[in-house]
Design a protein around this ligand. Structure first.
Ligand code: UDP
Ligand code: MG
Length: 151
């Protein structure tokens, strides 16, 4: 058991489909604590940095468009970014989110209930959640300044 911090993003499909409240409700109910939250207008540079480990994937350019709200008419490129903290927070939030592919995500998870695969093949899966301790540390730093996170 260790106390971890993990990054969650309400992606543009989640924002546009009004799934923000439902997501926060499930995260709060898990017993983890919200320690940072901020609406972010995602620049092209920021999006590419966030997903840099996927830059060689065939879906990368569409992923950048997706996370910047270009498929959901979000002119402000907005996502809600949050940090949750608690015991094994990274795995706990991944379990709430469900598998990356919405078709494989278990029923009752956020992605299993609300995700979809578009005809263009993009996985629209409502939220981002850091996948391991290395990613979590990098991502929390990328989205938040230290003083924006509760001590
Ligand atoms: N993605 C996709 N097609 C794929 C794999 C991933 O559209 O075959 C998208 C999906 O939105 C996913 C994001 O790229 O959430 C990041 O991929 P990753 O493998 O890091 O999955 P995650 O950590 O988000 O579960
Ligand atoms: Mg990932």
């Amino acid at each position: 058991m260790s106390i971890e911090q993990t990054l969650i993003l309400i992606k543009p499909d989640g924002y546009a489909r009004r799934l923000t409240g439902l997501t926060i409700d499930r995260l709060d109910a898990s017993g983890l604590e919200m320690v940072a939250a901020r609406m972010v207008s995602v620049s092209e540079k920021h999006a590419r940095e966030h997903y840099k480990s996927l830059s060689d994937k065939p879906f990368f350019e569409n992923l950048i468009k997706y996370i910047r709200g270009e498929f959901h008419g979000l002119k402000n490129h907005q996502v809600l970014a949050m940090v949750y903290r608690g015991e094994n927070a990274i795995k706990a939030v991944r379990a709430i989110a469900g598998a990356t592919n919405p078709e494989q995500a278990a029923a009752g998870t956020i992605r299993g209930s609300f995700g979809r695969i578009t005809t263009a093949g993009q996985f629209e899966n409502v939220i981002h959640a850091s996948s391991d301790p290395g990613d979590a540390e990098r991502e929390v730093k990328l989205w938040f300044k230290p003083e924006e996170i509760l001590p």
